[in-house]
Design a protein around this ligand. Sequence first.
Ligand code: NOJ
Length: 558
Amino acid sequence: MKRKEDWYKHMAFYQIWVRSFYDGNSDGIGDLYGVYEKLEYVKSLGVDGIWFSPLYPSPNADYGYDISDYRDIHPDYGDLDQFKKVLEKAHSLGLKVIMDLVVNHTSDEHPWFKESRKGKDNPYSDYYIWRDRPNNWDSLFEGKAWEYDEERGQYYLHLFAKKQPDLNMDNPKVREEVKGIMRFWLDMGVDGFREDVINFISKKEGLPDGIPFLPVIGSMMNYKDGPHIHEYMREFREVCNEYDCFQIGEGPMTTVDSALEYVAGEDRTLDMMISFDHMMADCLYTEYIHRPFDLKKYKKALTRWQEKLAGRAWNVLYLENHDHPRIISRYGSPFFHRESGTCLAASYIFLQGTPFIYQGQEIGMTNIRLGSIENYIDVSTKNNFNRYHIKDDLKKRLARIHVSSRDSARTPVQWNSGKYAGFSKVKPWFFVNKNYKRINVAAQEKEPDSILNFYRKCLELRKNSKTLIYGDYREYYASSREIYMYERKLNDISYLIVCSFMPIPVKVRFPRNYEGREGELVLGNYREGRHKATIPEGGLSFKPYECRVYRVRKSLNP
Ligand code: NOJ
């Protein structure tokens, strides 16, 4: 079936990780009552849709990504009626809603698994991947990828935590279940799905051993983009096509070429793929090995995706989500909080693709530093501490956790300077970052030049410009370690986006084809209003983390 207009291209999304968003019923946990109250705020950012991280019942071994019932709402967050109210209100405000679809694995407390472990002649026996002998695969979250189950007398596969057994997608009944789940939510009115680790769902036949001396990555070649992946994705796509819904996949370790096999062309099986390349400018494999931020790596990754997808597919643009530490603490500078937060925003929102903003990113929330590993909750943080950093002394191990933990993205949103940062009336389920008196929504609402208001300006500018949505991308000064400069161009309009990543003033030369051209400075992060401007010949001194967005018309160029 031919799909209708690609409505997601002009949109921007806001991601809600509900547990830490806003507590509407005063039990210390964020919930759908809180979301309902804050929908106007979300709308005020200038976004057009919401991606909800999992809202389903879950024992929370991996905070919602271990689902025990796909057709209900976690009682901590409300119930189906409350979800419907949120959905209806979101739609009335013009916000689309997409759900997280996590079908590589379930919780071990899902009824399917409880049945499956009972024995080989159970109707759910082949819903999971059982073996008498494990292969050598590593899990991403907890040691080896196989766990012995006493009840069944066999090992089951878990690519993530032990409490997240992998579904056997080769079983047609499992795929029918997935389609049923999709229909359930689509019939209720949701607009699409973000599909968790979707490139892992088809495992290589025979489950061969991985390369033994390469932890995790050595096993991945046996299940990333596996042999039947596109067949299965086509089946799911058919369901989506019935509803004109939107599908975005998460592709850990995906390369741009393998992503294109999902997202390019009319018969694509996904509309977009979440890539990780640009999130590895200060680390390897997102969490394990840390390095200082390397601007060239960041730019190279962005440019690679921009260029390879141009005219063929559409990018997901993001800098934060619930899996990554806060971006100012990584690629920016807490000493230039406002400046680097705004500069980072301009560095990605004007690229070609659909921008995503993660809760708290719009006010520049930063990483939390907890004094002991016991205070961290995330299963992968604990795994990294106990497995990958084990050789370091305790201080160093904790320091690594401070820079890499996913828990930094999961602290309660800082709404105001009141008790518990206005997140809840009672003690929240997790630590509030101590900087909430300084960094919070209420304070930034009042400050015209705040990060919050800068995000609003960026989204408004993008929304009203076909050039910024559809224009061609070109990077300038790719080898600079100080500046990220790129152009978006459509017909006779060009935008030049210039971002300094330096904490000191730096001289910037504009490209020859721009020098001396009259245009407009449409956005900047140093309190300069929108005004006519000639692009200076001979360059300009940029202040720390200064960014500028110029708009020029070809016809003005003599
Ligand atoms: C990716 C999700 O974003 C992450 O939070 C989760 O832990 C893993 N997939 C496993 O579901």
